[in-house]
Design a protein around this ligand. Sequence first.
Ligand code: BES
Ligand code: MN
Ligand code: ZN
Length: 495
Amino acid sequence: MQAVFLGSDPLSLDTPLLAVAIPEGATASDGFLARLDAHLAGSLSRLLDAGDLKGKAKDEIVLYGGGPGPKRVVLLGVGKTAEFDAEQVRRFAARGVRVAERLGLDAVSVWLDGHGQSAGAVLAQAAAEGAVLAAWRFTELKKLPEEGQTQVIDVRFLGEGDAAALAEGVRVGEIVARAENLARTLQSRPGNVATPSHLAAEAARVAAERGLAVTVFDEARLAEGGMHAILAVSQGSDQEARLIVLEHKGGAEGEAPLVLVGKGLTFDAGGISIKPAPGMEDMKYDMSGGAAVIAALQAVAELGVKANVVGIVPSSENLLNGKAIKPGDIIHTLAGKTVEVINTDAEGRLILADALAWGARLGPSAMVDCATLTGAVVISLGRHAAAVMSNDESLSEELRAAGARSGERCWPLPLWPEYTKQLESESADLMNVGGREGGSITAACFLKEFVGDVPWAHLDIAGTAYGDGKLPYQRKGGYGFPTRLLVEWVRSRAG
Ligand code: BES
Ligand code: MN
Ligand code: ZN
């Protein structure tokens, strides 16, 4: 896969397909559309004048040029100009790739025109993200179906204006999207492939390729370190747990790091509190947060972000055998607090408790975790946003804003002390569940007990990490969410 910026003249470019956004009310009387109309021997203006292409969001028409230049032009309606924001650009570029795929083409060129809504670098980054994400498929365990056998491998971007800004936007967008595609690939691998040690090996590979430092704790080292909550979850499984630590040293030595933590539960059967069978196969996606953190570290390293960034991924299975933790068991966490395990299916917060306590010891300026933590978050926000819950209002707002810019949205829920009360236990410092009411919030309140006074935020991504693939840049399966959000936030912090 290749994504490059090639200047401002697509009409003399030898390309099998050029994708052009057509907003509502577009005319071919001047500017690029007038030149395009000439290339198409007037068929664009006749099309628009006849009212057969109105620029509505679903409109799609392919026209054929004669002579040199683009062989085909796909006109993609994008709706109202005023609403053509970065997310609409992402979707437009993705549609260009999907049309190429349908036509059996392995290359596409994309005309960048923000219609005054996005600055050059933002526009180009969003377009590159959309195109590179759209080209991803999980093919390693399946023969490609007859139809759609081509994979788009070459995307060129062209546009007018600040060429340096456009080229830089394409470069950044390609890096971010390729990282998100790595997260998607890791997510898509089934539980028998993507085990904790597999995730650790993938993290080590990324580290070696991108110049990150990597440390992997096996179970002996987890025990030495006192991370008994991770070990408790893992004890019911034959696969050994791992704690993966990736470090990007892009800031000054001794400068407080940004810490990203991702739940890397490679299969969640629920343990003794076993889940019902229907849909249980989706619990291979319970490592989505960990995949996004590994991917975000890859992107941060490639972008050379000027900050110290640490990624931590606690990874385990949650199965059930004769050694598995049982409801009522009390475990010792790294932070020194004891936890009564009421429900073994609330395992994510247990492995995160130790990972967050480990992260807090690094003295971060801020720590953000992401986890497919509760089904309840789907009830709260549906599948259109993750929940963000934090002990620091400005951090929460930074993440909300980074989410809006990246198209991976999150929205705040409160962490009032009344919710923490729901976690009080008779026999331990905390219970691992707080009842059905406010389930996403009580889960976050549990995590909050392990971060000390570090500014921290938790993203519950159970509703947004994977799905049916509704958007043009998604497929059914893993979405890589929230890789883009995390990278955007880290970059905003690094200034
Ligand atoms: N991994 C699940 C959460 C989940 C549910 C992710 C649906 C994706 C889709 C988590 O470990 C879990 O089982 N949570 C329980 C918590 C409950 C026992 C308090 C839940 O949400 O039901
Ligand atoms: Mn669970
Ligand atoms: Zn889980």
